[in-house]
Design a protein around this ligand. Structure first.
Ligand code: GLA
Length: 396
């Protein structure tokens, strides 16, 4: 695990203001991630292509006397205190419940429960589609493991973190965010096969910039719609099984099987469209990998376009603001490729841009977005960086 001893003076002062002077703390910086392509495929055992980006949740911590835990979050401006002597308070909610859940889960089945003082600082926008919640959990979990001298393998750790999101944040997410935050490597995207957990590193073209544009829109229905999409995918697998196919997930479905689904899925066609998105999106991930290898701008532009259209029309997880941001980007100078990224219903788009046109691209896209929607979007130029547990070579 990457351990930082060179804690900035600002963090050190902030830490001491909250917790008092004492031992020098340890720090872990958990990056956010942006998904290049492979949307809503991770929980269908499919392919994804995320990049860990240079915006972080920093967690600084040290051991304290006794068994109580104190966590201060600068993003929420609040302190949470709990002790292992009692169970988690069932009425606890929000970030406090999630933080406590992460720590309890990491220490479950160990006899290690040291008291801790923890400071969480963000330069990753909260709820902005760059996986701030997975980074929060990964940072807290890593520092908890370090201070309690617990060794974790990246895959075991990723599964534990994913499980805490399900149980304590109420989001039935896939495994993409956790693996990219832990295992990414500088200058590369991470090709993850979510069925086998095979990982390959795909270099990003050096003369393309990676730009994240935030629509500024957050929809409350994102959580419920996410769960609904998951259920629909499970239902499709069930329909295939009833029709005699031995599928265990949508990863098993081929384009030819879609005709059969049309017959059994009823007249609404909704399930057929959901399935078509997942099947075609998996293909697009593979095509993106080969387009990246040859820096094929035209091809990647088409693939991102098709992905966005599929998410808009078949999976129905975009919103007018995401569509407008992508349209604006496609008309702007220097644009190579643009699409929505993450769960959808607001949040961000991901864009490849010719490096020397970046500023012009951002200005013109955001101004066009403002004309189309009356909203102010924001931009982040990001680069692919190491995850918390960077590794050499292939995995698995
Ligand atoms: C969210 C989830 C991920 C993934 C994406 C959609 O970000 O956390 O696991 O399912 O949505 O691709």
């Amino acid at each position: 695990m990457k351990r930082h001893i060179d804690i900035s003076a600002v963090t050190r002062n902030r830490f001491e203001e909250i917790f008092g002077k004492g031992k020098i703390p340890v720090r872990v910086s958990a990056p956010g991630r942006v998904n290049l392509i492979g949307e809503h495929t991770d929980y269908n055992d499919g392919l994804v292509l995320p990049v860990a980006v240079n915006r972080y949740v920093h967690v600084t911590g040290r051991i304290r006397q006794g068994s109580s835990i104190e966590i201060h979050s600068t993003a929420f401006g609040e302190l949470h205190r709990f002790s292992f002597e009692s169970e988690i308070n069932p009425s606890l909610s929000g970030w406090k419940r999630f933080a406590e859940g992460v720590i309890r889960t990491i220490l479950k089945n160990t006899n290690k429960q040291v008291g801790m003082e923890l400071l969480v600082e963000n330069d990753l926008p909260v709820g902005g589609g760059l996986s701030s919640s997975a980074a929060f959990a990964a940072g807290l979990g890593s520092v908890t493991a370090m201070l309690n001298r617990i060794e974790l393998s990246p895959f075991e750790f990723a599964r534990t973190l994913q499980n805490t999101e399900h149980v304590y944040a109420g989001v039935e997410c896939g495994i993409m965010d956790q693996l990219s935050i832990l295992l990414s490597r500088m200058g590369n995207a991470l090709l993850i096969d979510c069925r086998t957990l095979q990982i390959d590193y795909i270099p990003l073209p050096a003369d393309w910039s990676l730009i994240v544009l935030d629509t500024g829109v957050r929809h409350d229905l994102a959580f419920s719609e996410y769960s609904e999409r998951r259920l629909q995918c499970t239902k499709i697998v069930e329909l295939f099984r009833q029709a005699g196919k031995g599928f265990t997930s949508l990863r098993d479905v081929t384009a030819c099987d879609l005709d059969q689904l049309e017959k059994v899925a009823g007249s609404s066609g909704v399930l057929l469209r959901r399935c078509r998105h997942v099947v075609s999106e998996n293909h697009r991930v593979t095509k993106t990998v080969s387009a990246l290898k040859t820096s094929d701008r035209k091809r990647i532009g088409h693939i991102f376009h098709d992905s966005h259209q599929s998410l808009k029309n078949d999976f129905e997880v975009t919103c007018p603001e995401l569509d407008s941001m992508v349209e604006a980007a496609c008309h702007a100078p220097g644009c190579i490729a643009a699409r929505m990224t993450g769960g959808g219903f607001g949040g961000c788009t991901v864009n490849f841009v010719t490096a020397d046109m970046t500023e012009k691209f951002i200005n013109e896209t955001l101004s066009d977005y403002r004309k189309r929607t009356g909203r102010n979007g924001t931009s982040l130029q990001v680069s692919g960086i190491d995850g918390i547990m960077p590794c050499e070579g292939k995995h698995q």
